[in-house]
Design a protein around this ligand. Structure first.
Ligand code: F3S
Length: 421
């Protein structure tokens, strides 16, 4: 298929708008050709995941663009980096690694981006709106933007996201187009108690299950008896895009493109119908725990990055409590959210409890954990899914309450009551 380019696209390709735009447009146009796109579309926002330092190639790419004078053409937020710029020395980050990761941060900032350094840009003032065409990287951000906000992005890979931001263009393919946003698999919740649906830990567990069964298809979830809040949907989406590669889900009566079951499927029949039972959920929850003992070294929260509402909830849970001296208690969030939490007084009880807060990054994108930390506990499906493979750590999954109670006791404690109904 021949790719149709505008006069301005051609001008960028020729180098009329400078060497950086020429390089970025040559990559965008080539990717569009191999994806069989008919044309490019205009985007009005971008979120860059290439900010994570994973080695010399990514750094070289960023610095090459920066040295060519690259500037983004649309409002562009930055995902996490490989470094908590001001507190990395408190952890086990090697100094040479920190130096390289910091160079990468500087390169991306020099391009006129907004240094949000967060994987939850949808909880900042840069949240996109319904129908907005955007080019976002970072799987949890992509699935939230598409599903919960009704914005439109493909699952953009690292390095390509910044090329879209520089040119303001993206291939007109995939989830940018209405016809590709129909639901494909129907998941029916069968006799799932309302009390469990109201809990926070239901969503990462359900997300882990739906992601595994959907892979790259678009799931539609029917049978919800409550309207989940933003953080519950965030935890669900992060689960689906970790165990699977879900980039869009519909929740009937909850998400904006699914007011009814029929609208979620664009009037088509589902290709598959799967009934979700309590047994399947219990198995999904069991799979998120990768340790048989109750030994515990670190509780880690904030994947995706902690919101203000989550800080508030944690502040009330840890009030007048103190963590066990042998267990570390870590929250990862953005600078902006942490400053806000400080301003409204949520950090006082966290400090007294013995919480450490890391901003700009997280345990999966920065080599911050020392070798003596071997067993973790989290309330995040994403941390639970990736930590054993990426960090070679054992991990236990539990609710936020379980995480706090375990940090106090110094060993893994989990309340099973909601899951044995
Ligand atoms: Fe964010 Fe790190 Fe989780 S980037 S989504 S906190 S793995």
């Amino acid at each position: 298929m021949t790719l149709l380019l505008t006069d301005k696209d051609h001008a960028m390709l020729r180098g009329d708008h400078g060497a950086a735009k020429k390089m970025a447009m040559s990559i965008v146009a080539r990717m569009a050709e191999v994806s069989n796109a008919k044309e490019l579309l205009h985007i009005t926002g971008a979120h860059i995941d290439s900010t994570v330092y994973v080695g010399d190639a990514g750094l070289e790419f960023a610095e090459r663009l920066a040295n060519l004078g690259a500037k983004v053409s649309v409002p562009t937020t930055l995902n996490v980096s490989g470094l908590d710029e001001h507190h990395w020395q408190e952890w086990a980050v090697p100094s040479e690694w920190a130096r390289q990761a910091h160079r990468q941060m500087i390169a991306y900032q020099s391009m006129g981006t907004i240094p949000t350094w967060t994987c939850a840009p949808y909880q900042t003032e840069m949240k996109p709106s319904f129908g907005q065409q955007i080019a976002w990287g970072e799987s949890n951000a992509i699935v939230f933007a598409n599903s919960v906000l009704g914005a439109r992005t493909e699952r953009y890979p690292d390095l390509f996201d910044i090329c879209c931001a520089i040119t303001g263009r993206a291939p007109a393919i995939g989830l940018h187009l209405t016809e590709n946003r129909a639901g494909q698999i129907l998941f029916r919740l069968i006799n799932i108690p309302r009390q469990l649906q109201q809990s926070k830990d239901f969503y990462p567990v359900l997300g882990n299950l739906i992601g595994k069964l959907s892979l790259d298809k678009t799931p539609v979830i029917g049978g919800m008896t409550i309207i989940p809040d933003e953080d519950q949907l965030k935890a669900f989406g992060a689960g689906t895009s970790s165990s699977g590669s879900v980039a869009l889900f519909h929740m009937v009566g909850v998400t904006p493109e699914a007011p009814t079951l029929e609208e979620a499927f664009h009037g088509n029949a589902p290709i598959e119908i799967i009934d979700v039972t309590m047994d399947m959920l219990r198995e999904s929850r069991r799979q998120l725990t990768h340790t048989g003992s109750n030994e515990l070294h670190l509780v880690v929260l904030g994947c995706p990055h902690f919101s203000l509402a989550e800080f508030k909830r944690l502040a009330s849970l840890v009030k007048d409590k103190r963590k066990h001296p042998d267990v570390k208690f870590l929250v990862t969030s953005s600078r902006a959210m942490t400053q806000l939490a400080q301003k409204v007084g949520f950090l006082e009880s966290l400090d007294a409890f013995g919480t450490q807060i890391t901003v700009d990054t997280c345990i999966l994108t920065s080599p911050m954990l020392p070798p003596e930390i071997k067993i973790l506990m989290t309330n995040s499906a994403k941390f639970a899914y990736y930590s054993p493979g990426l960090l070679s750590k054992k991990i236990a999954f539990g609710s936020l309450e379980d995480c706090v109670n375990s940090a106090v006791a110094g060993r893994v404690i989990r309340d099973e009551s909601l899951w044995t109904i």
